[in-house]
Ligand binder design. Structure first.
Ligand code: GDP
Ligand code: MG
Length: 481
């Protein structure tokens, strides 16, 4: 078959892409078999078969010899390997340069789900973890900046319909649509059967159309929400239970005080949640504020400046441990002799910073986080400050999502709304309580959320103050935009 007319010929053509991206198929459709030098084929020549990884050293030595021989003779040569090793790519590029042959890199931007399903269908699939690493490595490449004479991109139009191989019961995260509304659960009136209540809430939230479920992370129920003797479960254990359900909910905390757990342990916990949920985890972190729960649980509660230092340390540690490879890490506040943390998360876990302190918290979010959560009623001021910090830090403000915590009272109709306000308001005046909680019907909340969306809010964490039975969530579905 003809060579691709848009590519120079002769040329050295280096394929770059994950397993199952379609590299070999693409090459075989365009080049003579003698022009293609494949590391898999050469493993089969010097080893026991195409997948004999023990033969890789010999296969690559042979590959280098063949490529060098052909390039020296000015013959078109297609290097069919993963192509993800920057040092090898550099060597092939230098070789082509030395012999005056145009050097072409071909990147295969095949959707990850398609790579995974093709890989799973193979006799000898690459382990899922390895494939994830390859996809991640590919995403991190900037072939355009490497000096190739030509960088071509192969895309696949095929729908990534094939399911991501995941646990038997778990779904992909629900795709984002404009504004996400995540159910924030902060009270646990679970009666006699805690697991049934929790799973019921998650299933109903999914059915109602919430994008995710977030749990408050406190050791004692906070006075703003309830009494100290109400149950408040450990959130990551609880999310582990919910990860096993057949929902598309994103799962995480809003927010975990970094004073509770050493950050490396949180990195491990969240990576595990991400893996067992098929890439649905997120991680909210904050500096912690409630002294009582720290004292009661024997935890240090350092002054605010130190807690904010801990927040920076925590984000840096988690990101270092979640990154590819096991290299030593030497960063701003954190030094680690190695970063061996398996399983790796299967997607880029978003880190949200909770808190609205303008001097440091928002600055930390601007420098280090994927999102920043602020109270809904001050979102505009806080978003403006966040943007300024992003600009000062040289970061595109679009990279730091603005999210809000909202505590809506939702009633079926006007009567139901005001009955709820009366039930919930405690000693606060009804009108004040209603205003603070934007008390209204589902359509009224939906309109309010649309306005937030127009103002650039990415996610609303909605904590329903009177969430009781899981079924109640179906009544509020109409508030979701
Ligand atoms: P490589 O690991 O990147 O070399 O991927 P392969 O070229 O071996 O392709 C992996 C699998 O995907 C094989 O079963 C191919 O038959 C299939 N495949 C590759 N490209 C295409 C394509 O364009 N369309 C379809 N339908 N299947 C393809
Ligand atoms: Mg191949």
């Amino acid at each position: 078959m003809a060579q691709d007319p848009s590519l120079p010929d002769p040329a050295l053509v280096v394929l770059v892409g994950a397993s199952g991206a379609g590299k070999s198929t693409w090459a075989q459709a365009r080049f003579r078999s003698a022009e293609i030098v494949s590391s898999d084929d050469l493993r089969g020549v010097v080893g026991s078969g195409r997948h004999d990884l023990d033969a890789s050293g010999d296969a690559f030595a042979l590959l280098d010899l063949i490529v060098a021989g052909r390039v020296r003779r000015g013959l078109t040569t297609v290097v069919d390997t993963l192509g993800l090793d920057v040092v090898r790519r550099r060597e092939w590029l230098d070789l082509a340069r030395a012999h005056g042959l145009p050097a072409v890199a071909v990147g295969f931007e095949t959707p990850p789900a398609l790579c995974r399903s093709r890989n799973a269908a193979r006799d000898r699939p690459v382990p899922a973890r390895v494939l994830t690493e390859q996809l991640r490595a590919f995403r991190g490449l900037a072939l355009d900046a490497e000096g190739w004479d030509r960088v071509a991109t192969v895309t696949t139009d095929e729908p990534a319909a094939a399911p991501v191989p995941q646990g038997p019961q778990t779904r992909s995260p629900r795709p984002r649509s404009g504004l996400d509304v995540v159910l924030q659960v902060s009270r646990f009136p679970w009666g006699e059967d805690p697991a049934a209540w929790l799973t019921g809430v998650a299933r109903a939230a999914d059915e109602a159309g919430f994008a995710g479920l977030a749990l408050m992370d406190h050791l004692i129920q906070v006075p703003q929400v309830g009494t100290a003797w109400e149950p408040i479960p450990e959130p990551w254990v609880t999310l582990g239970l919910l990860a096993g359900l057949d929902t598309g909910l994103r799962l995480g905390t809003l927010v975990s005080p970094v004073t509770f757990r050493p950050p490396g342990i949180t990195a491990k916990t969240v990576a595990t949640l991400d893996v067992i949920s098929g890439g649905r985890a997120f991680c909210g972190v904050g500096a912690g504020w409630w002294e009582r729960e720290h004292l009661a649980f024997g935890l240090p509660f350092p002054p605010p400046a130190e807690r904010l230092d801990l927040l920076e340390t925590a984000i840096e540690t988690m990101r270092a441990l979640w990154a590819t490879g096991t290299r030593p890490y030497d960063g701003q506040r954190v030094v680690l002799p190695e970063t061996t943390c398996y399983p790796r998360p299967v997607h880029d876990v978003p880190v949200l910073v909770g808190g609205a302190g303008e001097r440091r918290t928002l600055r930390i979010a601007a420098r280090l986080a994927d999102g920043c959560n602020v109270p809904v009623d001050v979102v505009e001021e806080k978003a403006a400050v966040l943007r300024r910090h992003c600009e000062e830090a040289g970061r595109d403000p679009a990279e730091v999502a603005v999210t809000v915590l909202d505590l809506p009272v939702v009633g079926r109709d006007r009567d139901d709304v005001w009955e709820r306000v009366e039930r919930l308001r405690g000693r606060t005046a009804a009108a004040t309580y209603a205003r603070r909680h934007h008390a209204g019907t589902p359509p009224q909340h939906r309109d309010r959320y649309r306005v937030l969306e127009e103002r650039g809010v990415h996610t609303v964490f909605a904590a329903l103050p009177d969430l009781g039975r899981p079924e109640d969530l179906l009544d509020v579905a109409a508030m979701l935009p």
